[in-house]
Design a protein around this ligand. Sequence first.
Ligand SMILES: C[S@@+](CC[C@H](N)C(=O)[O-])C[C@H]1O[C@@H](n2cnc3c(N)ncnc32)[C@H](O)[C@@H]1O
Length: 336
Amino acid sequence: MKLLRLISDTIVRGPLYAIANYRIHTSAPLDPTENWQFWTKPKSSLLEWIARSYPPAAVRSTYIDAMLEREHSQGIEAHYDVSNDFYALFLNHKYRFYTCAEFHHDTETIETAQTHKAEYLLSLLNLQGDEKILDLGCGWGAMLKFLQDHGHRGELTGFTLSREQQIYAHQELNLNVALSNFITENFEGAPYDRVISIGALEHVRPKEIEQMYQKIYDALVPGGLAVHQFFSLTREVCPTSVVMLQLFFPGSMLVMHHVHLDAAQRVGFEISHDSLHDYRPTLRAWYERLVANKSRALELVNLETFNRYMTFFPISWLFFQQHDADLHRIVMRKPV
Ligand SMILES: C[S@@+](CC[C@H](N)C(=O)[O-])C[C@H]1O[C@@H](n2cnc3c(N)ncnc32)[C@H](O)[C@@H]1O
């Protein structure tokens, strides 16, 4: 059965996807050192070439097109509604950010690095203290809670597609978080002074991008700011690595960075900031935390889920190491 899946995955989705899927379904927890090295250590140029070229571009885009026919929200729920306690094992404790942190040096903890990231985003938001803020894809409410803890008095709202996240944000943090799809549903409560998104625009499919920026633009007051952190493709429209990412986010597809900027500018935004940041230390930190909490993790989730995250972090690290994608922080301003 496993061998048949390996063969069919190799033919249809390429060797990277097939090997990742095979390893996820092994009958024991993946060995931490072997597994990290397996994905991240440099390969021979022949292997690199095969990994980057197969499946051929036309097959890749046909496969991705078929994946994009699926209901997007199901892929999101499948990834996030695993177990809040499981995520707590590897995310930073105070705010539970599941997005790229800001490491100033190697010895910093994920807690400190996530605080640096939140402070950076706070500086981009340029707040007086009473602005009404909407967080698109707010996760476990990390940024909203950070704002509250830093004295923000204005109304705070978050949207997520994950029921588990909404329950946590309500029950543990007493935040106003709605189960609302920011792509397909109206932005209840508009207008807003600020719209923020951290690690959510990656889930917006190519054909929905311009319409989403239009909604953000319409939801902002004149002079309002949208601050986004997300990663986008750098070199190729559909690299083989995005086929492999379907294992973790079925039905999501990244776009080239300029697609975001062009769409935002077409709807009227002025881009006043665009900075690059390194996702790799965060992925490595999550991996180390998951490994350190392996026994508890295996009590909370099944073996396949544990191995899926053990595979997701090094593969994502490789994705950034190979420069298939870059992480950006962007400020967009709606003119007065
Ligand atoms: C990687 S998590 C980031 C969470 C949070 N911003 C943080 O920094 O930890 C992505 C979030 O986007 C949400 N999301 C993705 N697509 C969405 C959509 N169409 N509507 C609402 N939320 C969405 C997910 O539910 C999840 O909360």
